[in-house]
Design a protein around this ligand. Structure first.
Ligand code: ADP
Ligand code: MG
Length: 256
């Protein structure tokens, strides 16, 4: 059975997509079979992996809405151990479409789609969530075994974390009692910046058991690699950014 990890934080720009792409690639380099599912209508994970939903679109939206089967939306990437399901702007229609549906049914759509023979060969399925706590993120939290929460080492970093933790608690009570926190990942850390170090201290104080030992530095390669459609490990494997996500993958594998 695949470990399903949702990368979630309702704040935008905290490193969810960067973490999805580079953690998935690093696990694939470690020869774990990985499937990335882009659930954000902005589709940054898809373009960062050099993928588009194609024409006619075969994306996570078509999978969720039942218009396409898993085999039709799965794509190979440049890494042999890494497959992906891209997203397209059509996903923006998902929330309004399910708004009137039965609350149990609409929360379990992704979970049902992932309970198929095609997914059984993966060690990890990584879900990149949009920056909101709407139905798409809800579906990810219901389908997942754990949630990895990237937190940017900047002012207001902790804002909204309480709301995410509360949402997780609601999901545990109603649909997914086993949902764990995989870890809180400090991102865009700059050791020369006082604010950055104090946010990291604050995080560790509030969530002593949840913060990963691995901290992701602010790094030019991590910002540049997506415009070349490549994860950092393929763009510049020796960069600090690529190396930090390799370290994160090892930390997750060590206790996973
Ligand atoms: P989210 O998915 O949470 O909105 P992204 O992963 O897209 O966040 O990151 C927001 C922006 O910051 C992107 O332009 C991304 O390339 C950049 N970025 C993310 N992490 C880093 C990092 N560690 N160092 C430098 N730039 C980063
Ligand atoms: Mg994103």
């Amino acid at each position: 059975m695949a470990q399903i990890v949702a990368i979630a934080n309702q704040k935008g720009g905290v490193g969810k997509t960067t973490t999805t792409i580079n953690l998935a690639a690093s696990l694939a380099v470690e020869e774990r079979k990985v499937l990335v599912i882009d659930l954000d209508p902005q589709s940054n994970t898809s373009s960062g992996l050099g993928l588009t939903a194609g024409l006619p679109p075969c994306s996570s939206y078509e999978l969720l809405s039942g218009k396409k089967a898993m085999a039709e939306v799965l794509k190979k990437t440049a890494l042999p151990f890494l497959d992906a399901i891209p997203c397209s702007v059509a996903m923006a229609g998902f929330e309004p479409e399910v708004a009137a549906a039965d609350p149990n049914e609409r929360a379990n759509i992704l979970k049902e789609r992932l309970t198929q023979p095609e997914t059984s060969g993966y060690d990890y399925i990584i879900l990149d969530c949009p920056p909101s706590l709407g139905f798409i993120t809800l579906n990810a939290l219901v389908a997942a075994n754990s949630v990895l929460i990237p937190v940017q080492c900047e002012f207001f970093a902790l804002e909204g974390l309480g709301q995410l933790v509360k949402t997780m608690e609601r999901v545990r009570q109603r649909w997914n009692p086993g949902l764990k926190i995989e870890g809180i990942l400090p991102t865009m850390y700059d050791k020369r910046n006082k604010l950055s170090t104090s946010v990291l201290e604050e995080l560790k104080k509030h969530f002593p058991d949840e913060v990963f030992s691995c901290v992701i530095p602010r790094n030019v390669t991590l910002g540049e690699a997506p415009s070349h459609g490549k994860p950092a490990v393929l763009y510049d494997v020796l960069s600090k950014g690529a190396q930090s996500y390799m370290t994160l993958a090892k930390e997750i594998l060590a206790y996973g």
